[in-house]
Design a protein around this ligand. Structure first.
Ligand SMILES: Cc1ncc(COP(=O)(O)O)c(C=O)c1O
Length: 372
């Protein structure tokens, strides 16, 4: 996920405009900032890129999720359905919002199983929170349909999927809220940072207040004399993050294009080996190429394959603790998630970089496969 790989003059230029004026706060200080509002500008450009009416910059993907969930105003203890395979932040955000996460199995797409969503809906279920894992969209036609039929809110965790598409529409634009992460390992990075998107003006205003201690951000009313709309947090994005976001967003098409090219080159080689099968995609064209993910026939073979990759200088990704076991520990369920466990145990993941040495990687992978 290589936004960090393309830092250059553009980021320096954007950040220096902020530093020269010395205003790092996104609100106020009008005389000193001389018309420079980087977070606001980034929000506008991001909304346009994603295809949403409203965007709100926040301090992280985790705070994007928590702000979105709290802005729904669900009763305490409401159930939110989310996959057992996601970064633990998704679960933490649900729990710190006062709701109850119920985990669903994943399928061979490595995203939430719609079959399991259907099984797990009960009267206290209020929201579905699908996660577009590793740059590939969930089964959105089905998920939107389930949420409508059951009158459930839909919040998408697109933290690993900025720019991913499902049938020509960006991940994060199907539900009540989309949430994004710009932490240091993401496809677009502002060091730390995140974004919330929505088409609903009321939800946007709620989130806007929630992320900033309840400030309604009334036009022409000084911050110090505003009255409070609701309880909130300091989850604000700062101007340096906004500046980095503007520069990075200009590069995102290039980043995704290069990732897709590099991924395809390696995938084309692996296709020749019968013992390798690939992750299922609901929209392969719309996937952003941050990872190459494939399956070996079973856990033992996957472990052996990963060992051989490491010996040949190719580091395999690690998925099981922070993205699976920690989630199950957090919700303290007795459910074993047998199906998901079996899928994850035979999964091998490789991070795709812009500046990776594709030839060397292909040579290494060929060596591993030929001798396997
Ligand atoms: C699926 C998912 N959700 C949420 C987050 C949280 O994002 P952040 O690190 O910006 O808080 C991450 C970060 O890795 C993630 O992968």
């Amino acid at each position: 996920m290589p936004g960090r790989e393309v830092f250059g003059e553009e980021e320096l230029q954007e950040v220096s405009e902020v530093i020269k004026r010395g205003v790092l706060f996104r609100y106020g200080f009008d005389a000193q900032r001389q018309g420079i509002f980087k977070v606001k500008e980034f929000e506008g450009e991001f909304a346009q890129y994603i295809g949403a009416k409203y965007s709100l910059g926040v301090s992280s993907g985790t705070s994007a999720l928590q702000t979105a969930l709290l802005s729904l105003g669900l009763p305490k203890g409401s159930i939110v359905l989310t996959p057992c395979f996601t970064f633990v932040a998704t679960i933490e955000a649900i729990e710190w919002s006062g709701y109850k996460p119920i985990l669903c199995e994943i399928d061979e797409s490595l995203n939430i199983s719609t079959e399991d969503i259907n099984k797990k809906i009960i009267s206290k279920t209020a929201c579905i929170l699908p996660v577009h894992m590793m740059g590939s969209s969930c089964d959105m036609d089905n998920i939107v349909d389930i949420s409508r039929r059951n009158n459930l809110f839909l919040v998408e965790d697109a933290c690993q999927a900025t720019g991913a598409e499902y049938k020509g529409k960006k991940a994060g634009t199907f539900g009540n809220f989309g949430t994004f992460s710009f932490d240091y390992v993401k496809v677009l990075t502002t060091g730390e940072g995140g974004m919330i998107t929505t088409d609903d003006e009321n939800l946007y205003k709620e989130a806007d207040a929630c992320h900033d201690h309840g400030h309604p951000h009334l036009e022409n009313v000084p911050r110090g004399v505003e009255t409070r709309k609701r309880k909130g947090f300091d989850f604000r994005m700062n101007e340096v993050q906004g500046a980095l976001g503007i520069a990075q967003l200009k590069k995102i098409d290039y980043i995704i294009k290069k990732q897709r090219e590099n991924k395809k080159a390696v995938r084309d080689i692996l296709k020749n080996y019968e013992f390798i099968t690939f992750r299922k995609h609901f929209d392969e064209e719309g996937e952003i190429g941050t990872f190459l993910t494939f399956f070996l026939p079973d856990k033992q073979k996957a472990e052996k394959f990963k060992e051989k990759m490491s010996e040949n200088g190719i580091t395999p990704g690690i998925l099981n603790y922070w993205h699976f076991i920690a989630n199950i520990e957090s919700v303290q369920t007795r459910e074993k998630f047998k199906k998901s466990r079996e899928i994850l145990e035979k999964t091998v993941v490789m991070e795709i970089l812009i500046k990776m040495d594709v030839e060397k990687t292909i040579d290494g992978m060929k060596k591993v496969c030929d001798n396997f």
